[in-house]
Design a protein around this ligand. Sequence first.
Ligand code: HEM
Length: 409
Amino acid sequence: MMSDATPTPTPTPVPTVDGHPMRRGGCPFDPAVGLAELRAEHPVARMVFPDGHTGWLVTGYDEVRRLLTERRMSSRGEILRSPIPLPMASSGMAIPPGMFTAMDPPEHTRYRRQVASWFSARRTRTLEPWMTELVDRHLDAMLAHEGPVDLVEAFAEPVAVAAICELLGVPTDQREEFGKAVQALFTVHSSAEEAISGWQNIGAVLARLVRTKRAEPADDMLGTLAAGGDLSDEELATIGSVLLVAGYDTSLNMIGLGTFALLEHPQQYAALAADPEGLAPKAVEELLRYLTVVHGGAIRAAGEDLEFDGHRMAAGDAVSMSLAAANRDPALCADPDRLDITREPVPHLAFGYGIHQCVGQQFARLELRIAFERLAARLPELRLAVPAEQVRTRAEMIIYGVHELPVTW
Ligand code: HEM
């Protein structure tokens, strides 16, 4: 006999993804293949991490945002697992005092507070003339050559390096050393030894610098923190290293990949060139959302057993949150896969969310705004010097972008 009760729908089993999707499809600006389908059907899925652990991959905007403010999610470095097979992840390196990115409150709060005051919107506004001069100086140097030039080498990299180094107070002659070290840290191609020695080289540059700042007070960021007297030499050197690493590759790749995206949407580049000052702030927000260069996303671990949207996460489960997938969620904005630099800014997650949200975001916004504003104002004729398919993207790096961008004008 048939029952007339409505049958309970069989829940679709949650799929398990083997590793964080990294491979890009036809459009170099779209998130990795497979993320959009997961977000649509399973915004919370299981994922096997490179070390064999089965944790979670979260791709929905609302889900990622809620998890980033979930106090039971931990950022403690000792229990985090990398979603990407990075050499550093398997090195077993201890978390040094001062590495607040890998800490929970109250330690996180204590360190972050000291750094955050330096990055306030008010202080950042005063840096505008300095940033404009810095960007123009590098454009002058680039324009002294005949095109084609590699825009990454001639503009994005020197601007990003100079900006963060001048902010912190790193002398010019030490900049090249740490640029190489950051690249070794952030690629899946270097060995654990190369990555550790990269991190140690950055630490050595910063340790020397801290000793100098203690001896000769300076009004740059490290000098001021050193004068405050609350932090040990080791803590200061680590905080400096964290800021250098976090603030350099991200901005560099936003400038490189952002320019590529604009040149591949020539009408939008022309609109920016016609009204650089007016449109640059919106263009920056849209490029941050559309490109989400931190494509490995945010990593956390469940600090205790918890239930999230019907899923049982056990204490210690690793959780990888795809900011790139979340920023293309139709729940965030209309037509999310379209780049539209005239769009009213939306609350994207390109800088993360919650207590670890990017502490340098106002500084990054200033840098990007001036970089795109001055580039479009001074080079309205800018165009790619090679077919777009020949531009090599950085799918294998922790920060997405382009290896080089040949341009001419
Ligand atoms: C376009 C450029 C940038 C992007 C896209 C970006 C993105 C992000 C994201 C997504 C996070 C959150 C990570 C998480 O929750 O696990 C973050 C955190 C952070 N960012 Fe940025 N960032 C940028 C520029 C900068 C700059 C210029 C600095 C410093 C000068 C900086 C310093 C930091 C630090 C220190 C953290 C950790 C904050 C904490 O743990 O409390 N970032 N950034």
